[in-house]
Design a protein around this ligand. Structure first.
Ligand code: COA
Length: 337
């Protein structure tokens, strides 16, 4: 008899967003903009900002992990591995994942950071799923967390209206019931670096008084080019993954797109011919939290999903990096408690 394929099921979720809100009205006092312009052009009403100078990305990630462990009543020492997708680690060296393991008490876990910008959570989810499928690990936590407020210039109206801070975490465990991460499709195009990056502060242009004065330690982007590439990248990736898994848009119960701009999300939904009720959106409350948008959607909307639901996750980000993941929903641990 054939051995059943092992897949990686999401069995617990945790999330964290800081208490402090930065509303469109607050931004009107910082730059020349308006609530009307931001709402119409992006769909964003407010973002959460981590203001405590003693806290950073690893703290938000650790809060999300602690919530996950608490809700699922999973002892921290049972976790084998932690993968943290982030573009805003606490420090350039060492990995923020080490700090998360320490702060969340994951004493038996090894961990590492993964940087694929806004696609980071999906890339990390596929790495975590591979570790489970290898049958060497039984409990892997995958996190998307970013403190975008640390790299955003609050005098640049082209970028400061878009981003917020937050973290979301999922637990992966083995399934033999065909539940969990079924397929992934990823792409990378390095030509995109010219359109979206933080140019300085890395090895090419180490931070200096000159780079700081020129604002090169902050996010810079060609918004219009990124906008078009994001719509095409996410919708093409969804169509390709649906085709190779023999899924029609009737078979897909939910689509969870990266939350960068409501107009991008709606354009992707329209291209795929999905009714908007199937497309999950929380951008109005958090803005673009980079690697955290998709796990924060899973966290916010978890009660809407039922076992067996077909869910498409799709992301696009700096790099360019993009892709899609086909997920079959299972049962969260806390539903069995
Ligand atoms: N408030 C008011 N006006 C603004 C503004 C703001 N916050 N930001 C830009 N504008 C102005 C521009 O200066 C421009 O004025 P001009 O015509 O006089 O030059 C005008 O609004 C239109 O600018 P444009 O860049 O064409 O707007 P847009 O419709 O493309 O929206 C973004 C801009 C950034 C919201 C949009 O391009 C976008 O979301 N891009 C993708 C960004 C993204 O997702 N990045 C992360 C990748 S995951």
């Amino acid at each position: 008899m054939n051995k059943r394929r092992i897949t990686a099921e999401i069995t617990a979720i945790g999330g964290y967003v800081p208490e402090d809100r930065l509303t469109n009205e607050d931004l009107e006092k910082l730059v020349e903009t308006s609530d009307k312009w931001i709402t119409e052009r992006t769909g964003i009403k407010e973002r959460r900002i981590l203001r405590d100078p003693l806290l950073a990305t690893s703290d938000m990630a650790a809060f999300a992990v602690k919530k996950l462990l608490e809700d699922s009543r999973l002892p921290a020492e049972e976790v084998d591995c932690l993968i943290l997708a982030t573009s805003t680690p606490d420090q350039l060296l060492a990995p923020a994942a080490s700090l998360v393991c320490e702060k969340a008490g994951l004493n038996n876990a090894w961990g590492f950071d993964l940087n694929a910008a806004c696609s980071g959570f999906l890339y990390a989810l596929s790495m975590g799923a591979s570790l489970i499928e290898s049958e060497r690990y039984k409990k892997v936590i995958v996190i998307g967390a970013d403190q975008m407020s640390a790299i955003v210039n609050y005098s640049d109206r082209n970028t400061c209206i878009l981003f917020g801070d937050g973290a979301g975490a999922v637990l992966l465990e083995p399934s033999t019931a065909g539940i969990g991460v079924i397929d992934n499709l990823f792409k990378t195009d390095g030509k995109g670096v010219a359109c979206l990056s933080v140019p300085a502060g890395g090895s090419l242009e180490p931070a200096s008084t000159e780079t700081l004065a020129a604002g090169r330690n902050y996010v810079q982007q060609d918004g219009r080019t990124v906008f078009k590439a994001a719509i095409k990248g996410m919708s093409d990736a969804c169509l390709e993954i649906m085709e190779r898994n023999n899924l029609t848009n009737q078979d897909v119960d939910w689509i969870i797109p990266h939350q960068a701009n409501l107009r991008i999300i709606n354009a992707v939904g329209n291209r795929l011919n999905f009714p908007l009720e199937k497309v999950k959106v929380n951008i109005q409350r958090y803005g673009n939290t980079t690697a955290a948008t998709i796990p924060l959607c899973l966290w916010d909307f978890q009660d809407d999903f039922t076992a067996g639901d077909n869910i498409l996750l799709t992301a696009f980000g700096a790099g360019f990096t993009w892709g899609s993941t086909y997920l079959k929903w299972g049962t969260l641990r806390h539903h069995n408690l």
